[in-house]
Design a protein around this ligand. Structure first.
Ligand SMILES: [Zn+2]
Length: 377
C-alpha cells in the first residue's frame, strides 16, 4: 500500500503498471503479473468466438427471463450514472428487453451532471429507479473518520452502502439476478494493495469509526452483520458481469449513450462523483503514491482497446489543472466542514493499513482455519 521509494523503479513492457503496485512482479521479458494474469482471463472470457459468446449470453438471458416470469422485475442493476452502469442499463432494456429495477445510491457527492444523466436514462428507458439516500451527517462523519484514520479505501463506505442497498432491495422484491457493469475490457487490472478488498466488512468500518470518529450515534447507515457477511451474495443473489459477454468498447458505448439517451460525457472516468474525483486525482496520488489511471489504461491495453504508447501519452497529462485543484479542494473541505489545517494533517499522516483494525475478514479466516482443523480438511 505504501509506496516504497527505496525500491528500484520498474514499469511493465506490455502494460503501464509499475512499482507503485507494491505486489508487482516481473518476468524475464519484463512483463508484469497484472497484465499476464489479465490477458489469461481476457483470452478465456472475452476473446472467444462470437458464436460461443452468443450461446452463453442467450442462455443467461433465457434463465433470467424464466426466473422473473411471474415477478415484477427480472433483475436489479446499480446505476451510478457513469459510462459502464449507464450502458448496462441501456443494453439490458433495449437489447434484451429485461424488466429492470435500477438502484442508485445518493451519498451526497453526485455531480449535477450525474443527476441529470440518471434522470435521462430512467425516462428514456422507462425503468423504475430506487434511490437510496444516505443520512448526510452520519455519512460525513464516517468519511472524516476514514480520512483521519489514514486508511486507503475511502470508497469502502460507499461500496458497502451500495452492497447493502442491492442486497436489501433484491430481497424485498425477490430478485435473484444482479447484473453488474464490471467488465474485463476496462477493469481487469486493479492491484489488491490499492484498496481494501473486503468491502462488506462492516466490523472494519465500525472499528475505524470507533477509533477515529466523532462519537455520534450511527443510526441509519446500515451495516451488514457477520452471518450476512459470510453468506453475502451466495445463493441469494446471482451476480452476472454481463458486459463481458458483449463486444464492449467504451468509445462506442459513449456514442450510443449520447445519441440514444441524451447522456452527457464527464470527460474522465468517475467524474460523476466529486468525492471519487478528488480521491482519485488528489488523495491517492499525493498521499498514497497511486495513480489509478495506470490500472485502467493497462486494462484497456490488455483488451486491445488502446496501445501502450497511447496509455503513456495519457499518463503524461496532469490529473488536474491548478484551478481545478483549488476549486475541488474548496468544495471538498466545505462539504466535509474541514479546515485547511485538518486537510494538511490528513495528507501528511502516514498511511495505515485496514488490517490494523478489527475485521470480519480476519474472523472468517480464523473460522475457516478452525473448521479445517476440527474436520481435518
Ligand atoms: Zn504489465
Amino acid at each position: 500500500m505504501i509506496l516504497d521509494t527505496t525500491k528500484h523503479y520498474q514499469i511493465c513492457n506490455t502494460c503501464v503498471m509499475d512499482t507503485s503496485d507494491p505486489d508487482i512482479t516481473f518476468n524475464e521479458q519484463g512483463n508484469c503479473n497484472n497484465c499476464t494474469n489479465a490477458i489469461v482471463r481476457i483470452n478465456k472470457e472475452i476473446f472467444i468466438s462470437d458464436s460461443v459468446k452468443k450461446v452463453k449470453l442467450s442462455k443467461i438471458i433465457k434463465d433470467i427471463k424464466e426466473e422473473g416470469k411471474s415477478k415484477e422485475y427480472d433483475c436489479i442493476i446499480g446505476l451510478s450514472g457513469g459510462v459502464d452502469s449507464s450502458y448496462l442499463a441501456y443494453i439490458v432494456v433495449k437489447q434484451f428487453g429485461l424488466k429492470v429495477l435500477a438502484v442508485h445510491l445518493d451519498n451526497g457527492w453526485n455531480s449535477e451532471l450525474a443527476v441529470s444523466n440518471i434522470k435521462n436514462i430512467v425516462s428514456h428507458l422507462n425503468i423504475d429507479l430506487h434511490t437510496e439516500v444516505l443520512n448526510w451527517e452520519e455519512f460525513k462523519s464516517l468519511q472524516i473518520a476514514f480520512l483521519k484514520a489514514s486508511v486507503i479505501d475511502l470508497e469502502m463506505l460507499t461500496d458497502h452502502a451500495i452492497g447493502v442497498a442491492l442486497y436489501k432491495i433484491s430481497k424485498k422484491y425477490n430478485i435473484k439476478y444482479f447484473l453488474s457493469g464490471y467488465n474485463y475490457q476496462s477493469e481487469s487490472i486493479m492491484p489488491s494493495a490499492w484498496l481494501y478488498p473486503n468491502k462488506m466488512d462492516s466490523l472494519n468500518i465500525k472499528h475505524i469509526f470507533k477509533k477515529h470518529g466523532n462519537g455520534i450515534n450511527i443510526k441509519s447507515f446500515e451495516y451488514i452483520n457477520f452471518i450476512d457477511y459470510l453468506s453475502y451474495g451466495k445463493n441469494k443473489m446471482k451476480l452476472i458481469p454481463i458486459l463481458n459477454y458483449l463486444d464492449y468498447h467504451k468509445k462506442d458505448a459513449l456514442v450510443a449513450l449520447e445519441k440514444e439517451l441524451g447522456w452527457r460525457n464527464y470527460g474522465n472516468k468517475h467524474d460523476e462523483s466529486i468525492f471519487t474525483k478528488f480521491y482519485q486525482d488528489v488523495i491517492l496520488p499525493k498521499k498514497f503514491g497511486i495513480d489509478k489511471r495506470k490500472a485502467h489504461l493497462s486494462s484497456l491495453i490488455c483488451s486491445n482497446q488502446i496501445t501502450r504508447e497511447e496509455a503513456l501519452r495519457e499518463l503524461e497529462k496532469p490529473l488536474y489543472t491548478e484551478e481545478e485543484y483549488h476549486q475541488n479542494l474548496n468544495y471538498f473541505l466545505k462539504k466535509l466542514q474541514l479546515t485547511v489545517y485538518d486537510y494538511n494533517a490528513i495528507m501528511q499522516n502516514k498511511p495505515v493499513d485496514h488490517w490494523k483494525f478489527k475485521s470480519y475478514a480476519k474472523r472468517k479466516h480464523l473460522i475457516g482455519k478452525a473448521y479445517r482443523f476440527i474436520f481435518k480438511k
